[in-house]
Design a protein around this ligand. Structure first.
Ligand code: DQA
Length: 150
């Protein structure tokens, strides 16, 4: 059994009501519940955390390092495009992670095209809406299972 962390950044607590034409109608609680369900099916434990504050997200990543979390699925929200501090937190703990975005940020404004996380992530998912989180969970499971087999 492995432990996963589902981490969501600023404004993602508003999913469901926030710009539904861009982000869809699914609420964050439903995404977290679905990921929880899939993690249990794969025999893993998953905890979920969302914050609008950069320092809280950094603290949560550091705690994941202390707790020995095996894998993180992370939607950094707008911090994707700004946060060297969060990038450094991921480099510090060296936990493999998937960067996920509901929208295809490359099809949007130019300031969303750069990410401080993509080059240090195991992989990235853009533009699949809430379903992307399910894909991320399956990919995380595959990565962990292969690592355990080695
Ligand atoms: C987002 C994309 C970001 O550019 C934006 O700031 C968000 C959501 C996404 O999931 O598509 O808050 O991360």
């Amino acid at each position: 059994m492995s432990t996963f962390l589902l981490l969501n950044g600023p404004n993602l607590n508003l999913l469901g009501s926030r710009e539904p034409d861009v982000y869809g109608a699914t609420r964050l609680g439903d995404i977290e519940a679905r990921c929880q369900e899939l993690a249990s099916e794969h025999g893993h434990e998953l905890s979920s955390y969302q914050s609008n504050a950069e320092h809280d997200l950094i603290d949560r990543v550091q705690k994941a390092g202390e707790d020995g979390v095996d894998f993180i699925i992370f939607n950094p929200g707008a911090f994707t495009h700004t946060s060297i501090a969060l990038r450094d937190a991921f480099l510090a703990v060296a936990i493999p992670f998937i960067e996920i975005h509901l929208s295809n940020t490359f099809a949007r404004e130019e300031f969303r095209h750069h990410s401080y996380f993509s080059d240090i992530a195991l992989g990235c998912l853009f533009g699949f809406g809430a379903y992307g989180y399910e894909l991320a969970l399956h990919a995380a499971n595959r990565h962990i299972t292969n690592a355990e087999d080695k």
